[in-house]
Ligand binder design. Sequence first.
Ligand code: FMN
Ligand code: SF4
Length: 421
Amino acid sequence: MFEPVLLRNMDVPDGHLLSSYEARGGYQALAKALREHTPDEIIDLVKQSNLRGRGGAGFPTGLKWSFVPKRADKPKYLCCNADEGEPGTFKDRIIMERDPHQLIEGMVISAYAIGAKTAYVYIRGEYVLAIHRLKQAIAEAHAKGYLGTRILGSDFNFVVHIHCGAGAYICGEETAMLDSLEGKRAQPRLKPPFPAVAGLYASPTVINNVETLVCVPHIVARGPDWFRSIGPDKSPGPKLYCLSGHVRNPGLYELPMGISLRELVEDRAGGPPPGRRIKAVIPGGVSAPLIPERGLDVGMDFDSLAAVGSMLGSAGVIVIDDSTCMVKVATRIIEFFHHESCGKCTPCREGLNWVVKVLRRVEAGQGAPDDLEQLEALCKGIFGNTFCALGDGAAMGLRAALAHFEHEFVAHIEKGRCSFH
Ligand SMILES: Cc1cc2nc3c(=O)[nH]c(=O)nc-3n(C[C@H](O)[C@H](O)[C@H](O)COP(=O)(O)O)c2cc1C
Ligand code: SF4
């Protein structure tokens, strides 16, 4: 039986308050980190744990931290990515609303490891309650000596600022986020230089997702071997899965990394509504290519999903049942990407514009016989040719829908209407 780790305080009354967090062992990992470990030792612990970033790309966290120069003549920064713009994803919000001190503790330990004295939480403006609770938690942590100067009597000083985004998906892309923090229009930056070397204000910067940071206190408290004992060795740890769409029990689940997608959807989330069958599942937010029902026995971890041509992404699991038109699904998703394209590069800006036009006419039953070839040609022009992963995500998703459900697109064109309504 798996015991929740990251969500263990979810149902505690007033769990967002410092007193509740402390009563359940909160900030003891921070005390241990400052008392027993040097910053380099914390980086080693995180490396040994094989923790991989939970924001989407799955980059090894300890390795990322080790890229920050030890000696720098500029201040170092930690940025917490709390933009959570990927449709189908709501894990970071729940942590910040119900257990904000868990995030603050993770940030203080992470900042100690990389030598940052200042951090920003970049949070989407719509997360009103999370913003309120985080501000409250930061004030409480200051008053108790977990933030500020000489934290817990050590030589370490650290402050956290909240920065509210104005609602653009691209602000979740880490370098666009840095531009937004600097007060510029958010557009991805050319890499290299990578943020660890030249990030916020051209200073060494680590950007990590909320869920990544909340894993850190548990690795310090319980050790890297414990973390690696959960799930696959190359991609271990407790994992948050956001279940939405056509399932009986939607919501946030914490289970081991690597659990089978079928178990997650059919057993844990209760399967599809009565009388319906699952048609396909998007496993990692709409950037992740969908998986048809017959492929659901795949493990929910970075490597297993990559091996079947999809990805874990943000673990926003969207279930689609057999009452749903896949042309409609594909069109709504591409409309989202088109709307959110930042416009910096031509294949994404222009390509998605054309893809939306073609998809809309196919959906409306006015498609031309060669429209599917057009769509494939457009995907070819976008995939691998864009400045950031937004364009790739859009093209991969559409290609998966076309590959697995081509007959539905063909039926729309041949019949001149949708067969689902
Ligand atoms: C278009 C786009 C949107 C993204 N949105 C988010 C987001 O909302 N939250 C997030 O943590 N990462 C997001 N990412 C991934 C970040 O660029 C980055 O990889 C991540 O914040 C690094 O943290 P991690 O190593 O802890 O995963 C996005 C990437 C792209 C390309
Ligand atoms: S791929 Fe799209 S979102 Fe990314 S830089 Fe190019 S135009 Fe902007």
